[in-house]
Write a protein that binds this ligand. Sequence first.
Ligand code: PLP
Length: 496
Amino acid sequence: MNKNYTSTRNKQIQLSAKEAIKKGFADDGGLFVYPEITQLKVNLNSMKEMNYQQIAQVILEKLLPDFSTVEIQESISNAYDKSFDTTKITPLVKVDNFNVLELFHGPTSAFKDIGLQILPQLMKRVLKKDNQVMILTATSGDTGKAALEGFKNLDQTAITVFYPHNGVSKVQQLQMETTDGDNTEITAIKGNFDDAQSNVKKIFNDQSFKKKLGSNISLSSANSINIGRLIPQVVYYFDAYFQLVHDGQIKIGEKVNFTVPTGNFGDVLAGFYAKQMGLPVNKFIVASNANNVLTKFFNTGIYNRNIPFLQTDAPSMDIQISSNFERLLYYKSHEDTEYVAKLMSELEQTGSYQVSESILNSIHDDFYCGFSTDQEIEETITQVYQKNGYVMDPHTAVGYKVMRDYQQSDPDTPMILLSTASPYKFVHVVAKALLGREFDNDHVAMQHLQQFTKLPVPTNLAQVWDLPVLHQDVISQDQMENYVLEKVEDNFNDKN
Ligand SMILES: *Cc1c(COP(=O)(O)O)cnc(C)c1O
């Protein structure tokens, strides 16, 4: 077995990619990481003419070495051949003097689909015959539906999604509430996304809870803490680069910048992986909404989440603890797992930690960070539409503003702005910015926005209004453990 993976908090832990995907995250609370990632360099010239699926094959074979070529091929094909509304999977669109990488062409119209269409396929190829897995997912809105669609009716698995009560958009909530499938469980919790995520982590780390499940039933995660979701996201950074080459904007070897709307730091970390594997990137521009913990960190070296949690117009990024930042600290500390464990225990106990100056400098080498307020989001959506006729969702608009700030000091490097959701998913905000009025009803807003912009509504979002609501639970945070136990009973024990 290739024991390639370890924990960010303990390098004694060694396990294969398959084991890491099955477990989701480490018993010590750490995240699984591939230590020697700079050893996995790819040959750019040989990949130039490949399509998305072929690029995915190259990347996944490197990062998931204990999967066979056929296992990876089948997973890629099941994930991407039919469920996206474009054969390009992630098309690059030139807008003004930058390029938008549209990551929202999957079945739930959010970039989460790219990881969550394939994670279940990989999971299926990891499970032994008598294994059963309950997937636990905390969502700020988009992961939930994308994970539900990925795992729906997949043998030997069930999925439980927790989302913040009154903390997601109407469309997001309806998308989840109307999910069918006989292994899907969804509940709102009284709390915000960080509460949902912390409680899910607590359940994962509760060894006595795991014993209650029995030996063949385990828990895993569909959040970007799971490498099986994170690693497939490395692919579109390469694919976008080659699209720029084909468009004649760059030659192979020339550097580009990527701007990434950021919450849990999974998306941009996948970009960092791509850079470690040889993709020519100058900077990653990390863009947060008004929950600007990361911007403050970049300015001071102090990560401090002891500030009020804000609900913003870009709700999928309403996050104060960017889980995947722990992975970056692991690489930037030269894989010093004791150091990372110490920082993370400080974060748990006091809500903050400070990194050394050398680590902060090294982070600045690869990343720039800024944030946008709700007002700036709205202004951006209006201005970009008026100037370029391009309709941006609020998360993408967060990125746009920070990208323009950054470009003042680096105007010439070709820029790719990642667009993480269809504007129709956050139709309330987009309609307000473009039509200048607020709608009480998001369905009506969607119709008006389509008439105005002529941009087609993705089929899944057009249909969601007519589907029956099947899930309406609301629970308190201290009920989450019992909820999971109950759902494990319902899904696995009863059916046996
Ligand atoms: C999840 C999400 C993000 C943030 O991605 P991370 O990987 O958590 O940083 C940004 N935009 C949208 C629309 C999302 O759903």
